[in-house]
Design a protein around this ligand. Structure first.
Ligand code: NI
Length: 179
């Protein structure tokens, strides 16, 4: 398995609507997931969607059991692989918080997201996943699933006075973490 190149904003492949996975528990799917995990681990990402490595399928991974140096103060989210996800907002409450993206290196912005969601989907074996979550967990899921409909977080920013370079906004974040 291998660390793959992460596409950056401006690449048209990030703007596509991803196709649903049709067959579970296949060698091809397991290889894709292994590459996604290797790639996310190599860059300390909080999540990664298949389109970010140029694969136009509805597959996302997110979460971590270890403290993430890119988000040292954030609550932990269970490591999750999610296929063909569906998000349902629960109520109309929104929350704003800072986001970054491996496809938008060096920048952060404040993004409104649904505060409470239910999400469903499948794991790599085709077993169902059904969770009701809030806060940072809900945010991460919405960010990653946006990649499956060709949306990058800057497209969700409403107030561009709260969008800028990480090194300027958050100088305390390690210089080694560039996105
Ligand atoms: Ni992203």
């Amino acid at each position: 398995m291998s660390v793959r190149e992460i596409l950056k904003m401006g690449d048209a492949r990030l703007l596509r609507v991803a196709e649903p996975v049709q067959a579970f528990d296949t060698p091809e799917l397991h290889a894709l997931i292994a590459d996604m995990r290797d790639t996310m681990a190599a860059v300390n990402g909080a999540g990664l969607a298949a389109p970010q490595i140029g694969v136009n399928l509805q597959v996302v991974i997110f979460g971590s059991t270890a403290r993430n140096p890119r988000y040292p103060d954030r609550p932990q989210v269970p490591p999750t692989l999610l296929i063909n996800p569906v998000i349902t907002p629960l109520g109309a409450d929104e929350e704003e918080d800072w986001e970054g993206c491996l496809s938008v290196p060096g920048l952060r912005g404040v993004v409104p997201r649904w505060a409470h969601i239910r999400y469903t989907g499948w794991d790599e074996k085709g077993q169902p996943i059904d969770r009701t979550v809030a806060g940072f967990h809900a945010r991460v899921v919405q960010h990653e699933c946006d990649h499956l409909i060709g949306k990058l977080y800057p497209m969700r920013v409403r107030d561009f006075s709260r969008f800028g370079f990480t090194e300027v906004l958050f100088p305390e974040i390690s210089a080694a973490e560039d996105d």
